[in-house]
Design a protein around this ligand. Structure first.
Ligand SMILES: [Zn+2]
Ligand SMILES: [Zn+2]
Length: 395
């Protein structure tokens, strides 16, 4: 089959690889109809996540048709359309019983690697380095889905792929970012990053009752999407000093909650940014926490900082004094997608949210390298790329 493979830092190629096979009784094989490129795939390709190997199949956002089933999967039939959560969860361990599906204790065969870096391991995930199990990803024609009797969600008849696909990761992730803020009427929420997750965090904050949402980015087309689609107020950090602007917009108090939808490859200005570039390039720190530091410093006393951006390891110059003295709460996590999929599917069916607004490009799978290029470099107004195996390239 054809699959999108990591071929070394900054190199993505579509290659012929062996078809996946059923290995365990709870596996399914899914023929992929739609898959997407995620901001966190860029961290892998840019070389910021350890344990990626030459030839690893990328992709953790995918959906398709069940074509083969292990003997113990009795809730799915051949031919069912399913959307697959990025984190792999058994459904029965202690973590899964607490609905902490992204921390499943049974799905990461390489837990020992993650324990070295993080103390304890999280769940396995598709296409996301060997730290999370080394599972082949879904930017491919087929994928093997472990614990298929628990994770995948059946897509209602008549719902287009585009409406269901983002239930695999970024819609639950953006929604969780707002959910973790415990929004109360009148709240002002600031969101760093207007990529796909940021856009869904903004829309979800309004859905959960925020009075105002302030979106921060440097790309005018992304800020425009946040304004026009969701009604956010916007700050372009290349033109405006963000801390000053936020103080001014919130009567000096700061936003009630701040959401970091940027993560480890943040951009910025000034000596702190230069410091982080040097520290990261020399491997003295793994991540550049520019947006996170700014979100902490900007948040109102007693407020919440909700961290959706991906971090890999260790950060430097973390403003713990601000967190402690001002009684901030930091909440974060890889999203337990399985907990959010069903309620969000209902919100899509009720018309409360239409996740298709972020899609700017739909390409055949073969053009995945081009998709990575325009997404990474923010070319051609790129917000979100959907890849379709079997789609004929436009003439
Ligand atoms: Zn993703
Ligand atoms: Zn589990």
């Amino acid at each position: 089959m054809k699959a999108t493979c990591f071929m070394g830092r900054n190199t993505v190629e579509v290659q012929e690889v062996p078809d996946p096979r059923i290995l365990n009784a709870r596996d399914a094989i899914v023929k992929i109809t739609s898959t997407a490129i995620c901001g966190s795939d860029l961290h892998l390709v840019d070389g910021y996540v350890p344990t990626m190997m030459h030839g690893d199949v990328l992709g953790h956002e995918f959906m398709g048709e069940v074509v083969e089933l292990g003997s113990q999967v009795d809730n799915l039939k051949i031919g069912d359309r399913v959307v697959v959560p990025f984190c792999i969860a058994c459904g029965v361990c202690t973590a899964c019983q607490k609905e902490l599906y992204s921390l499943c204790e049974n799905s990461n065969p390489n837990a020992w690697m993650a324990e070295k870096l993080w103390g304890h391991a999280g769940a396995g995930a598709f296409g996301y380095s060997h730290l999370t199990g080394g599972y082949a990803g879904g930017q491919a024609e087929y994928a093997r889905v472990p614990f298929a009797d628990f994770g995948p969600l059946k897509v209602p008849d008549g719902m287009p792929d585009e409406q269901a696909l983002f239930l695999s990761d970024i819609l639950p992730t953006g929604y969780m970012g707002a959910d973790l803020c415990d929004i109360e009427p009148g709240d002002v929420i600031a969101v760093w990053g207007c990529g796909p997750v940021g856009q869904f965090a903004i829309a979800s904050a309004f859905l959960l009752g925020a009075e105002r949402v302030i979106a921060i980015d440097r790309f005018p087309y992304r800020l425009q999407m946040a304004r026009e689609h969701s009604g956010a107020e916007t700050i372009n950090y290349e033109e405006t000093n963000v801390p000053d602007a936020l103080r001014e917009m919130t009567a000096g108090r700061g936003p009630d909650a701040c959401i970091d939808a940027v993560g480890m490859e943040a951009h910025g200005h000034g000596p702190m940014y230069a410091y982080d570039r040097v520290m990261q390039a020399s491997r003295m720190e793994t991540d550049r926490p520019i947006a996170l530091r700014e979100a902490i410093m900007a948040c109102r006393n007693g407020g919440t900082v909700s961290v959706l951006g991906v971090y890999g390891g260790f950060i430097d110059k973390f403003p713990m004094g601000s967190v402690m003295n001002r009684a901030l709460t930091i909440r974060t996590g890889q999203t337990p997608v399985q907990r959010y999929m069903r309620p969000l599917l209902e919100r899509i069916q009720n018309g409360e949210i239409d996740p298709t607004f972020i899609i700017t490009h739909t390409l055949p799978l073969e053009q995945a390298p081009h998709g990575y290029d325009i997404f990474k470099h923010k070319l051609d107004g790129c917000e979100k790329v959907v890849l379709k195996p079997g789609m004929t390239p436009a003439a």
